[in-house]
Design a protein around this ligand. Structure first.
Ligand SMILES: Cc1cc2nc3c(=O)[nH]c(=O)nc-3n(C[C@H](O)[C@H](O)[C@H](O)COP(=O)(O)OP(=O)(O)OC[C@H]3O[C@@H](n4cnc5c(N)ncnc54)[C@H](O)[C@@H]3O)c2cc1C
Length: 398
């Protein structure tokens, strides 16, 4: 495998760097780098900058306003944008429902929804998981019964990320109970403002409101909001998951988090010396860095295989497990760097405009909430145990 970028790829990297230097707002970059709270406005501002540049929908066909980047270009963007502190795009519209609409949706759905995703008019959330159906998603029970030109939807979704901001939710619903679980599921687009939809917050370990429960009580959904064919939703859901799992390894984000950790450990003192010079701590940081380099090379190996026409298979599961473990290890070390100062939760310090005295390091307040928040990485997008099952079957042949 050739590890060097081509001249065109190097030129693209320069273009990305110039764009980030000129267009990424400094306040947003600070929030991302220091792990402070991002507002809805921050996400929307950055989205519009990317749309204007033509770099928001990086895997849509050009006819819908997209730009088809190669796997290497996406990799360069991931590395550079994380390094500069650009926020990750909220994936539910642009990276999840859009590819499904493009591949399986009607012409009307494409014409209606795709421009609204680009303009930010629609904010999407994902209604897959239910209280009794996470890893075993096909057991889902939210029911949609056809009555004339509508479906009547009843049931509950859970862990709905950023559903408090969303006006649209794409849902897996049961339309047939007479067949095998996977064969009775449909893919429905639901307006969250329809009577009967209730969103309730779930406050997570980090004290933040990121996820929700969504209840459907006799919600009337027009049949034209069905994507593709009735009872074929499982096929579309699986197609969407291939997009969801791409990039879950978060190598670029881990590299940025590692630099942040080193900066903090350089400022914190142990026995009068910078913590980063403490042999035990330095050894832990070095181990994570070595593992991250190895994961990064595996990532490049998969990218090279995709560029050569291959399809990422169980290797992405392997990378998801390793990448998320590493990110969690980095947040653990960052929290440890603060020692006892990592314990108190001073919520006000999470705001960029906070002007009071910091308890320890100026970037310290966010480290514990981040540590707790990052527990999610090994759960969502298919838990790490489920990914290991895939690896044992498909790679080890067990
Ligand atoms: C922060 C966060 C955000 C999320 N956002 C969304 C969202 O926006 N939309 C959405 O639809 N869902 C979302 N999810 C849900 C997520 O997809 C599920 O949590 C995940 O699929 C696991 O399902 P579960 O929580 O029901 O756990 P379960 O499936 O009940 O699993 C519990 C434990 O058992 C293990 N386990 C289960 N089955 C097996 C098996 N066969 N072999 C070995 N181990 C197994 C799991 O790994 C886990 O450790 C989110 C979750 C989190 C934590």
């Amino acid at each position: 495998m050739n590890m060097n970028y081509t001249a065109d790829e190097l030129a693209f990297r320069d273009e990305v760097r110039t764009f980030l230097e000129e267009k990424l707002p400094a306040d947003i970059a600070s929030k991302v780098k220091e792990g402070r709270r991002m507002s809805r406005d921050d996400h929307e501002r950055w989205q519009q900058i990317l749309v204007k540049q033509g770099w928001y929908a990086t895997h849509w066909p050009e006819e819908y306003g997209g730009v088809k980047w190669t796997a290497v270009q996406k990799h360069i963007w991931d590395e550079e944008s994380c390094r500069y502190g650009a926020p990750r795009s909220i994936p539910f519209g642009v990276n999840m429902v859009a590819p499904v609409i493009i591949k399986f949706g009607s012409e009307e759905q494409k014409q209606h929804y795709l421009p609204r995703i680009l303009s930010g008019e629609d904010w999407w959330c994902q209604g897959y998981s239910e209280p009794g159906s996470g890893s075993d998603l096909a057991s889902l029970k939210t029911r949609a019964v056809r009555e004339g030109d509508h479906y009547i939807v009843n049931g509950q979704k859970t862990w709905t990320t950023l559903g408090q901001h969303a006006n649209m939710i794409f849902c897996l619903v049961r339309t047939n109970t007479e067949v095998k679980a996977q064969e009775g599921i449909s893919f429905l687009l639901i307006d969250m403002n329809t009577p009967g939809v209730t969103v309730r917050p779930i406050i997570t370990l980090d004290g933040e409101h990121e996820v929700n429960e969504v209840f459907f009580d006799d919600v009337k959904v027009p049949v034209e909001n069905l994507v593709g064919d009735e009872d074929k939703g499982w096929t579309y859901a699986k197609y969407l998951l291939t997009y969801e799992r791409t990039g879950l390894a978060g190598i670029g984000a881990s590299k940025a988090a590692l630099s942040h950790l080193k900066a903090i450990a350089g400022r914190q003192k142990k026995n009068g010396r910078p913590l980063i010079e403490d042999p035990t701590f330095a050894q832990r940081v070095a181990q994570v860095e070595i593992d991250l380099m190895a994961a990064s090379i595996s990532n490049l190996r998969i990218i090279a295989s995709v560029e050569g026409g291959g399809v990422p298979g169980a290797e992405s599961s392997m990378l998801k497990v390793r990448g998320t473990e590493l990110r969690q290890a980095i947040t653990d070390l960052s929290r440890r760097a603060l020692g006892p100062y990592a314990q108190p939760f001073v919520e006000e310090e999470l705001a960029l405009e906070f002007e009071g005295d910091h308890l320890s390091d100026p970037d310290g307040a966010a480290l514990s909430p981040q540590y707790f928040n990052m527990r999610k990485l090994s759960i969502f997008g298919g838990s790490n145990e489920i990914q290991k099952n895939i690896v044992t079957k498909m790679i080890l042949g067990l």
